[in-house]
Design a protein around this ligand. Structure first.
Ligand SMILES: [Cu+2]
Length: 111
């Protein structure tokens, strides 16, 4: 019986380093980078909840090299459309995806 305890004690330190490495993994580092990306100012012109689309009159979009215009975007998540209506001022991040443009982040502009 005593022998079993010694064996367990000998194995424990061997397992511990693996757990420590997992805890140190840079979780959320990519997310933090995306959050730091600049947002573009825009005004909601039309909300299409069914199609999960948003018409936005937007300012220059740096990452898409797009001048100001009014256009339709798809949104990543239907929940992003909550509380939006024509005239709502927003700040958003858009990415090129599947041959169209996708809003990946959206917040109401603080007025
Ligand atoms: Cu545009």
């Amino acid at each position: 019986m005593k022998r079993a305890w010694i064996l367990a004690a000998a194995l424990l330190p061997a397992l511990a380093p693996a757990a420590a490495v997992a805890a140190d993994a840079p979780a959320g580092k990519a997310e933090a980078k995306a959050a730091a990306a600049p947002l573009t100012a825009g005004e909601v012109k039309k909300v299409d909840r069914e199609a999960r689309k948003l018409t936005i009159k937007h300012g220059p979009i740096e990452n898409l090299k797009m001048p100001p215009m009014t256009m339709v975007f798809r949104v990543k998540d239907a929940a992003m459309l909550e509380g939006l209506e024509a005239g709502t001022q927003i700040r958003f991040r858009a990415e090129e995806a599947d041959g169209g443009y996708l809003v990946t982040r959206l917040q109401k502009a603080k007025s």
